[in-house]
Design a protein. Structure first.
Length: 144
């Protein structure tokens, strides 16, 4: 399912190919710093979301956030659920679970306007556009 989701055009370009991403995800399954979940709508799997301490992987764009900051990565996998506020909905649900953390960040590609709109709808605000560890730009967003 996960690998299949990554073949959809709305995800292409933002995440690597299914085999690469699946290897990264399965490699992290036993990593206690990462909490990975499949998001569902009425029992149907529709997406993936993970969160972790933003400082574990020493990403330069997260360096100035408080020590307990959580970072989120996510995607809405099933294209049948696009444009219906499902992504913002499952992000909001996860944010409620993470309310004990002072700050939560997410870092979409600056040209991924659909993701930025969903994150804004979920309550994130723009912090800055900056370079990530590989030099590519990210649109750093912060909650609250």
């Amino acid at each position: 399912m996960f690998k299949h989701w990554l073949t959809h055009p709305h995800i292409g370009g933002w995440w690597k190919d299914g085999d690469t991403e699946w290897a990264l995800v399965t490699g992290d399954l036993d990593t206690p710093e990462i909490d990975m979940r499949i998001a569902c709508a009425e029992g149907t799997p529709i997406g993936f979301i993970q969160d972790y301490n933003a400082h574990v992987w020493n990403m330069p764009h997260d360096a100035n956030f408080p020590p307990d900051t959580r970072a989120i990565d996510m995607f809405l996998g099933d294209p049948a659920y696009l444009g219906q506020s499902h992504a913002a909905g499952f992000i909001k649900a996860r944010l409620a679970d993470l309310s004990q953390y002072s700050t939560i960040v997410i870092d979409p590609d600056p040209s991924n306007t659909a993701a930025i709109a969903a994150y804004t709808s979920a309550g994130f605000r723009s912090a800055k556009i900056t370079a990530c560890q590989d030099g590519d730009p990210v649109h750093l967003m912060q909650y609250p």
